[in-house]
Design a protein around this ligand. Sequence first.
Ligand SMILES: C[S@@+](CC[C@H](N)C(=O)[O-])C[C@H]1O[C@@H](n2cnc3c(N)ncnc32)[C@H](O)[C@@H]1O
Length: 289
Amino acid sequence: MSRRRSRHHRSQHADQDDPCHDVPVETLAQFQTVTAETAVQAARTWWDANAAAYQAEHADDLGSARFLWCPEGVDEADVHLLGDVDGADVLEVGAGAAQCSRWLVGTGARVLATDVSASMLAAAADLNARTGVVVPLVQADARMLPLPEECVDVVFTAFGALPFVADTQTVHREVARVLRPGGRWVFSVTHPMRWAFPDDPGLPGLTACHSYFDRRSYTETDAYGAVVYTEHHRTVGDLVSDVVGAGFVLDALVEPEWPDNLDRAWGGWGPVRGALLPGTLIVQAHLPG
Ligand SMILES: C[S@@+](CC[C@H](N)C(=O)[O-])C[C@H]1O[C@@H](n2cnc3c(N)ncnc32)[C@H](O)[C@@H]1O
């Protein structure tokens, strides 16, 4: 997913001093600190420009009404990480074309899909029209949801928003604000361990070349110095602190294994690395009450 994959296109460019990368092409890739607003602006612009390509590249896996958590093929229809959502109010953040939400419609959930990118939501509207399964869509930054307090039972995202937000604690706190007491927050992200490795699904992706403890953001800057793409890292410890610090009780950290029968790569995910290293982390948490 590059979704999943975040950092999927990362290895095209690079910092000459960074052994994770090749030589720079059109943009400069490096690790640096960026402001939260720069990160969100870059995410919106990048996903607007790349929504169609992303949807086309992953159409076979994402489907039009399928809830896939990660490139390892974990499907909500099998794992039920959201629990029983029949009759529940469910919010998706970083929904992309809202394939997950569209699948949830068939479970009896009342779903709202949100994303910061207008182009992603246009792809979602197109799938709504083509499938006849209509998911309500709202353009929103996951850090500032246009919803009242305590109005939904479940919030989730599959690789949406979090990898592209510099101040991820803000997202966890915002999700806690809109959830009712006892509500559930489930999300998948690139496994934090991957930060130490090149974004390559093959053998080069097995040699650690960057500090797992470097919290500076991965950025790509254009020829004019403008930040055009960012991804952000939280260690497992940071992530647990962020979630618990927002008021959640942690229920599970799921580390999907690469299935024996899956032989294709997806961005930095694939069978070579999947046999040895985790690629995805799925976090399941709930609010007390
Ligand atoms: C890798 S795609 C995942 C989309 C979808 N969940 C899927 O599985 O195909 C990441 C999505 O996060 C969205 N996104 C990035 N930053 C965001 C933010 N601050 N708030 C909401 N969505 C954001 C992007 O627009 C994009 O649609």
